[in-house]
Design a protein around this ligand. Structure first.
Ligand SMILES: [Cu+2]
Length: 316
C-alpha cells in the first residue's frame, strides 16, 4: 500500500505550498483558507463554502458542471452521430444566462470536445446570441463525450477564468480504444511534431513542441489565438483539464514563429495525460496529439504503435 501513502504526502505538500503561496503572494483569499489548507477536513469545509482556488494552476478544471455559481447547461445532452449543432448556456449566480465575457486567448469562450476515450478532439469557438445561448457545430461519433467550456465571466470577483465540463451521449455502437501509448512524436498530415520536456506533478514543467514538415523545421508558423500554438492537456481517467500557458507571444521581439513552441504546465498528479497541440500553418489549423506520463519518459515495457489519433481539421 505504498501509493496511498505517497499520494497523501503529495497532497499535504501541495497544500503547504499553496498556503505558502497565499501567505506570501496575496491577501485575496479568505483567512479561513489560509489556515484551512493545512488540514484536510478544513480544506473540505473551505471547498463547501465556495472558496476560490484559481491561480493554483495545478488544480485541473472541467471536472464540475457548476462552480462558483456558474453552470454549464447543455440544451440537449443526447445526440445522433454526425455533424451536430450543440447549444448551451452559461448561467450565473443569479440563475440567468451570462452574456458578458472577458476574452481569453482572443475569444470569449473556448469549447473543447472529446470522446471519453480521448478520440475525436475538437477545439471550436461558438457563437453567442443576445439571449446568452452559444452554438457550435461538432463532429460527433458514438460514445460518451466530455464538453469543456473555458471562459472568463466579466465582473466575476476574484476568481478569474474557469473551465466547466459536461457529459453528452452520442447514440450508436462504440468500440472504445485504450489510451494511445506514450510517444514523443506525433504525425499530422505532412507534419511531424516532437515533444520535449516533462509534466511534473505539483511543479511547473516546461513543454517544448517542435514542428517539422517533410523533415524541415517550420519557421513560419502563423499566430493562432494570440500564440504560435494552443495546448490542451487532459488527465487520463477523469479528463481533468489542465491550464497550460504559452511562453512568449507573436510580436514580443523574442518569440520565433517556430519550429519550437514552448508552454508551461503543472500536472495535478502523477499519471497519464493526453496532450493536444493546435498550430496554424499556411492558413490551416492542425492538431497533434501525444500521450505522456508524468515524471518519467515513456513507461518501460510499452510498445509504440501507430494509433496516434492525430487528424487534420479545418479551423478557419
Ligand atoms: Cu479556443
Amino acid at each position: 500500500m505504498k501509493t496511498p501513502v505517497k499520494l497523501g504526502t503529495y497532497v499535504v505538500a501541495v497544500a503547504a505550498a499553496a498556503a505558502l503561496a497565499f501567505g506570501v503572494g496575496s491577501a485575496v483569499g479568505p483567512v479561513a483558507q489560509e489556515t484551512g489548507t493545512h488540514h484536510g477536513e478544513d480544506q473540505d469545509a473551505a471547498a463547501e463554502h465556495g472558496t476560490h482556488t484559481e491561480g493554483q494552476d495545478s488544480d485541473p478544471g472541467g471536472l464540475q458542471v457548476s462552480e462558483h455559481g456558474y453552470t454549464l447547461q447543455l440544451e440537449t445532452t443526447t445526440f445522433d452521430p454526425g455533424t451536430r449543432t450543440v447549444e448551451f448556456r452559461i448561467t450565473g449566480p443569479d440563475g440567468r444566462p451570462v452574456t458578458d465575457f472577458e476574452p481569453t486567448h482572443e475569444k470569449k469562450l473556448h469549447l473543447v470536445a472529446v470522446n471519453r476515450d480521448t478520440s475525436g478532439f475538437q477545439h471550436v469557438h461558438p457563437q453567442l446570441d443576445d439571449s446568452g445561448t452559444w452554438r457550435a457545430d461538432l463532429d460527433l461519433t458514438p460514445g460518451s463525450w466530455r464538453l469543456f467550456a473555458d471562459f472568463h465571466p466579466s465582473g466575476h470577483n476574484g476568481s478569474g477564468p474557469m473551465t466547466l465540463g459536461v457529459d453528452a451521449a452520442v447514440r450508436g455502437n462504440h468500440d472504445p480504444q485504450p489510451l494511445p501509448d506514450p510517444d514523443r512524436t506525433a504525425r499530422v498530415g505532412d507534419y511531424t511534431v516532437r515533444l520535449d520536456g516533462d509534466l511534473v506533478p505539483g511543479e511547473t514543467g516546461e513543454l517544448s513542441l517542435s514542428v517539422h514538415r517533410d523533415g524541415e523545421p517550420v519557421t513560419d508558423l502563423q499566430p493562432y489565438l494570440g500564440a504560435y500554438g494552443h495546448l490542451v492537456a487532459l488527465r487520463a481517467g477523469d479528463l481533468g483539464y489542465l491550464h497550460v500557458h504559452p511562453e512568449g507571444e507573436p510580436g514580443d521581439g523574442t518569440t520565433e514563429p517556430g519550429p519550437d513552441i514552448t508552454f508551461a504546465a503543472t500536472a495535478p498528479s502523477a499519471g497519464a495525460y493526453r496532450l493536444f497541440l493546435d498550430f496554424r500553418h499556411e492558413n490551416t489549423v492542425r492538431t497533434a496529439a501525444f500521450t505522456v506520463h508524468t515524471g518519467a519518459d515513456d513507461a518501460p515495457g510499452r510498445s509504440t504503435d501507430d494509433h496516434t489519433g492525430n487528424h487534420d481539421h479545418g479551423h478557419g
